[in-house]
Design a protein around this ligand. Sequence first.
Ligand code: FAD
Ligand code: SIN
Length: 534
Amino acid sequence: MLQQYDSLVLGSGVAGLTLALKLARLGTVAVITKKNRAESNTNYAQGGIACVTSAEDSVALHVQDTLVAGAGLCREEVVRSYVAEAPARIRELIGIGVRFSARSNGGAAPGGELDLGREGGHSKRRILHAKDMTGREVERALLRAVERHPDVTIFEDATAIDLITSAKVGRPGPNRCLGVYVLDNRTNRVDTFVAKVTALATGGCGKCYLYTTNPDIATGDGVAMAFRAGVSVANMEFIQFHPTCLYHPFAKSFLVSEALRGEGAVLVDAAGREFATKYDPRGSLAPRDVVARAIDAEMKRSGAPCVYLDITRNGEPFLRERFPNIFGYCESLGINIARQPIPVVPAAHYQCGGVLVNPSGATALAGLYAVGEVACTGLHGANRLASNSLLEALVLAHRSAVAIGDSLGAIRAEVNVPEWEEGEASDPDELVIVTHNWKEIRQIMWDYVGIVRTDKRLERAGRRLEILLREIHEYYWNFKVTSDLLELRNLALVSWLIVQSAMRRKESRGLHYTLNYPGLLPAARDTLVDRGEG
Ligand code: FAD
Ligand code: SIN
């Protein structure tokens, strides 16, 4: 079936919804999202949004903290302008009804002085939050605003498969993005969506790793689609591992927010000894790359399966009030965080690189934008500063909407696009291939492409991934597509991109740490991988 809109937004997290809301002022918008509309990394964000709002803070300090965390690879002009623009975007969020926690009562109350949290790498308290469920609150308010807009249609259970480009469908002239093929997961039908402009807002790729804080949607689909369409991807080696994911047999991907360390929680070993200051004078509140490596080293040294986060010096009433989600979840597993240290391990958390875009979200392919975690703007460099991701998504979505607004009127809609062809594909015969390869990729990435890397481990991972890619490619062309197969195909490609990027960086910088090149090269350079090499 052919569907036609002025703009397509793939993804319904903070980036996609913010963009859709703004694009709706310019014409019709389809938001295509592969699970239910709220299911996104955004919905699980805990700590908050970094933004200068206090008289004791300054844009210059926030810029400085971002640059330090980014280990020399941030694009400084992007950092300066994004950080300066953050307060305007926060005012918009408050305007659509986001209730940040207020200082006076610690609860959600508009009008009160905002409570400011602290996280690793920040020299000041500057994190706006809604208790420890900031993402849920932002997602709630954005969804409500989008749902009220008559010009936005949300398609749930709809997995974008691949971008349609004029070159791919044999149109003469400069290549541009014409839309996207989308699998309706409920009917297994592939629809053709065409639009003047398409925006990837598909989030990150945490599921490439066996252990991650990310929900199941994070399979790197946007990066894979853009790469297959010929768009360069940048800095994919910089995968951020969050130091404190809950370690418990019944907990799946549950984050224990860095905001706990901002309120005095300290990392300790099984004997209760603080260890982070051995690795960095900033201790448990050093930037994430440093803390995750310290935990990794400590676990390897002691052979322990986890370390502990001790926040018992804060009283139970405070903890229940400030961190109700974390308190309640741990309590449901028999851990009272006011009385006992929380078992934690590092886990894959955030993709700092992504689809290469300019500061307004435009990719090199005309008609294609990328916003949010899927994009690489240069804000994060080699390591993202805590709570700068939601900030980036808001600013980038706003700028993309402005840029699209400037060009939309001049673009002619292309409706004569060939529909999806199934060809000779039959129903999949052995789904075990999909489940097996899924597990194998995530194990390879965890074992060989984790917090500490070596050339040998990367080569091993690369060789195995290439075999898997060939196998998946064959399966993809022989059988009808399913959402699991599409995710597997993307996961394999993005894992390969991470390995390729990591192999090219002959130094240790930010989140990329390799025993073969422990030092820093004098000049910081981006890693770019192009389709021609795939
Ligand atoms: P997402 O919110 O992940 O949304 C992606 C959307 O794309 C989803 O709707 C998904 O279903 C859809 N999608 C994906 N592929 C397809 C496809 N093929 N077809 C159709 N739809 C597709 N950052 C902060 O700044 N502060 C925090 O406190 C914070 N806490 C975090 C806590 C956790 C547990 C996690 C996992 C992340 C946290 N982050 C935090 C990071 C931050 O939440 C994310 O980077 C950010 O929310 C990404 O927003 P997004 O809109 O780009 O992507
Ligand atoms: C957290 O709450 O620790 C996550 C914050 C982030 O990812 O920026």
